[in-house]
Design a protein around this ligand. Sequence first.
Ligand SMILES: Nc1ncnc2c1ncn2[C@@H]1O[C@H](COP(=O)(O)OP(=O)(O)OP(=O)(O)O)[C@@H](O)[C@H]1O
Ligand SMILES: [Mg+2]
Length: 440
Amino acid sequence: MNWTDKYRPKHLKDVIGNSEAKEELIRWAKSWQKGISEKKAVILYGKPGTGKTSSVYALANDFNWEIIELNASDERNREILRKIVLAGAVNETLGIDGKYVSSKEGAKRLIVLDEADNLYEKEGDFGGKRTIVEIIRITKQPIILIANDYYELTKGGGTELKKLCKSIAFKKVDEMEIVSILKKICRAENIETDERVLYHIAHRCDGDVRSAINDLQSISYNKRITIDMLSNIGRREREKEIFTGLRNIFRALDLKTAIKEARQIDESPDNLILWIDENLPLEYKNADDLTRAYKFLSKSDVFLGRVHRRQYYGLWSYASELMSGGVAVSKRHSYREFTKYNFPEWLLRMSKSREYRQIKLQIAKKFSSIMHCSKRKVLEILPIIKYLFLKDDFAILLTSKLNLTQTELEFMIGDRAKKILEQAEEIKKMDKQALLFDFE
Ligand SMILES: Nc1ncnc2c1ncn2[C@@H]1O[C@H](COP(=O)(O)OP(=O)(O)OP(=O)(O)O)[C@@H](O)[C@H]1O
Ligand SMILES: [Mg+2]
């Protein structure tokens, strides 16, 4: 279990830092309870991982309020949201379980709209912000909007929101307070620890409690934390940096930006291409976009091959520009959904050894035999074949047809190799049996 969930504060008094903001929340909730609240809604905003969501749930818990959580980013929710809230607001007494609760007895329902900065507006329809404004005007229940970006939420049609809501800011949490919560968790988990590590974690998380707790958990696998484990956190951090860079490359709208991003990542093109290769199909959902992008990756790979054969590192920049800029301009669609990227563990391990190119050649040989084309041609479209291998059926069929080995298959599909190989063996067995009955 994630420690951030396990140690999520249940009461406001357990939320560390931001004491003023918490006081304000309590004052506002009390005024609702007395029925004299001047502002019906609160905008709670600030940096990630500082306890905004936790505080709202803790507040409801402390006041014994029921919570209705609405999801702002989901468009389908918006109509439902209107219905629930209007019904709830006007009838005020109908609980979500259908039972009647009298708000005179103080049994409020707290309406929470988390990640409210994702509300976007479309002209002419009941776009997010306008709906919320309307709801706040008529609600008889307390509402809290939570956001990271106050400006994003209150610009445009949001100016009205600004007027209607009480704004409360959550600031970065103080380093010393973070150290104290880390110590508490170590005690609870029976972990022996070098305090210097805790200070270090608290310092580098820059006021983000969530990431501090995650860092702590990531190095606590054997109940003992020593100073040399800090380098592990460094690696994780590096991974995060690369993911951010990848996202910027994939989403860049022009060549220049993408190329600049690739430079900033500061990985050798040999490695960077593996990261891009691994994560491209997760980001580009449209097949034409993908095909175009993979063509650029192939070209880039050709340059990388030449770099190695001729030891001419001047070609690196071409490779790098093709894999970043080329990929970025391949898309005709925009991809805005959050994508969770993979770490190309296996590929990175392989790429360090000479085996990597060897395996690639073996695969090319096998494919060229059934595709009636040169190995060189196969190498060029290998990324596209890899993409096709994302489909289990296709992968199983070709694995059995070409007798791909586990290593070769791992090269194509990473960790899925084992499963696919087993199924391919099954098919081979069946084919053999079928041959026995084939008298033609
Ligand atoms: N102030 C805090 N006190 C105690 N624990 C905290 C605090 N802030 C964050 N945490 C820990 O981090 C986890 C995530 O916090 P939370 O979801 O409240 O952050 P948030 O401010 O809503 O972040 P985001 O802006 O990303 O939604 C909590 O479950 C808890 O374990
Ligand atoms: Mg949150």
